[in-house]
Design a protein around this ligand. Structure first.
Ligand code: ASP
Length: 316
C-alpha cells in the first residue's frame, strides 16, 4: 500500500512537512502521527495546539491528546498544563502503562517520571487574547462562561485572515497515517475550546471521539465542537460504518448528518472528519465537514496539498 498522511486545517502543513519525509522513506505510521503533532505543539504561532494554545477562562493553557493504532493499542492524556507535547506523553501512556488515559496532576507526574521537560505554555500573544476576552466576556459576563460565542467560520477566524483584535477560536490537529506496510495510526492534539470552563475536556483525547483506529476497518479523526462529536462517538462511528461497508466519505457524511439531526446547530458550530479505510476495505481516504471553511492537508505520491473536503453538509 502507498504511504499516506492526512491531517486537519491549514496549519497541519507544519505537521506534514515534519512527518512525511520519514513516512515516505518507510517509517512507521505511529511515528509519523506523533512527529506531526509534536511539530505543531512546538510551534508557538499555532494558537490552538501545544505551546501558544489559547487558555481556558482562568487564563490557563490545558492540553489534551491521544494516539491509537488498534482497539488494544491506545493512549491519552488530558488537562496537561506544564508540558508542551501531550501527544508524545499519550504514546508513552500507551506503551508503558496498562492504562489508556491519564489526566491532570497524575498525568504530569507520569510525564516527569518519563523525563519530559516542563515548559511555560502560555505565550504573551495568548495571554493578550485571554485578557481581551476576559474584558469583554469573562466570568463577570451575565451569560457566564457561555458568554463568548466563537465566530461562524472557525478556520477563518483562527488561522487565516484574523483581523487584529478578532477573538481566536478552537481547532485541533488530527492526523491519520498509513505506512508502507499498510498499518494505520491516528493522533489528535488540542488546547481545546478557547476560554473553556476550567476542567472541560472535549472529544480530542477521548478514544472513539477524537480518534478511532481499527486495522480491520479503518481510521478516523475529528475536529470541531467537541460537545457535538462526543454526542455521537464521532470517530468510532465513522470507523464502524466503514466496517459495515461504507466508503470513508459516506461514513463521514453519515455521522455529520446524525449530528445535524440530533443537535440544535448554532451558526458557529463546525465539525469535520478525516478517514482512511483499511487495506482490506480498499484503502480509500476522505474528509467531510459540517460547513464550508474546513480544509485537510494530504501527503501522498502526488505530494502535499491543502484541499477542501470531499463533502460539506451545509451551505454556510
Ligand atoms: N475538538 C476540539 C475540542 O472540542 C476543538 C476543535 O477541534 O476545534 O476540544
Amino acid at each position: 500500500m502507498s504511504e499516506l498522511l492526512l491531517s486537519t486545517w491549514t496549519f497541519a502543513t507544519i505537521a506534514n512537512a515534519a512527518a512525511w519525509p520519514a513516512l515516505q522513506a518507510g517509517g512507521g505510521a505511529l511515528d509519523a502521527v506523533v512527529a506531526g503533532a509534536t511539530a505543531i505543539e512546538d510551534d508557538e504561532t499555532v494558537d490552538c495546539v501545544g505551546v501558544g494554545g489559547t487558555p481556558d477562562a482562568d487564563g490557563v493553557v490545558a492540553l489534551d491528546a491521544c494516539v491509537m493504532t488498534d482497539p488494544n493499542r491506545c493512549g491519552a492524556v488530558a488537562d496537561i498544563r506544564h508540558y508542551p507535547n501531550p501527544t508524545a506523553i499519550a504514546r508513552r501512556v500507551m506503551e508503558k502503562t496498562i492504562h489508556v488515559m491519564l489526566v491532570g496532576e497524575g498525568a504530569e507526574q507520569f510525564a516527569a517520571r518519563e523525563g519530559f521537560q516542563k515548559r511555560t505554555l502560555l505565550t504573551e500573544a495568548a495571554r493578550q487574547r485571554w485578557l481581551k476576552w476576559r474584558q469583554e466576556h469573562g466570568p463577570n459576563d451575565p451569560n457566564g462562561y457561555r458568554g463568548w460565542v466563537p465566530p461562524p467560520n472557525i478556520e477563518h477566524a483562527a488561522h487565516q485572515s484574523t483581523e487584529p483584535g478578532d477573538p481566536p477560536s478552537h481547532d485541533t490537529v488530527s492526523l491519520l497515517a498509513r505506512d508502507r506496510a499498510g498499518t494505520l495510526a491516528g493522533a489528535c492534539s488540542t488546547s481545546g475550546m478557547a476560554f473553556k470552563v476550567p476542567g472541560r475536556v472535549g472529544d480530542s483525547p477521548i478514544i472513539g471521539h477524537g480518534v478511532y483506529v481499527d486495522q480491520r476497518a479503518g481510521a478516523a479523526a475529528a475536529t470541531g465542537n467537541g460537545e457535538l462529536i462526543m454526542g455521537v462517538c464521532g470517530s468510532f462511528l465513522v470507523v464502524e460504518l466503514m466496517r459495515q461497508g461504507a466508503g470513508p466519505q459516506d461514513a463521514c457524511a453519515e455521522v455529520l448528518r446524525r449530528i445535524a439531526e440530533r443537535f440544535e446547530l448554532e451558526r458557529n458550530h463546525q465539525v469535520a472528519f478525516i478517514a482512511i479505510a483499511s487495506q482490506a476495505r480498499g484503502g480509500a481516504w476522505a474528509s467531510a465537514a459540517l460547513r464550508p471553511g474546513f480544509v485537510h492537508v494530504i501527503s501522498d505520491e502526488r505530494g502535499t496539498r491543502v484541499e477542501p473536503p470531499h463533502f460539506t453538509l451545509l451551505k454556510s
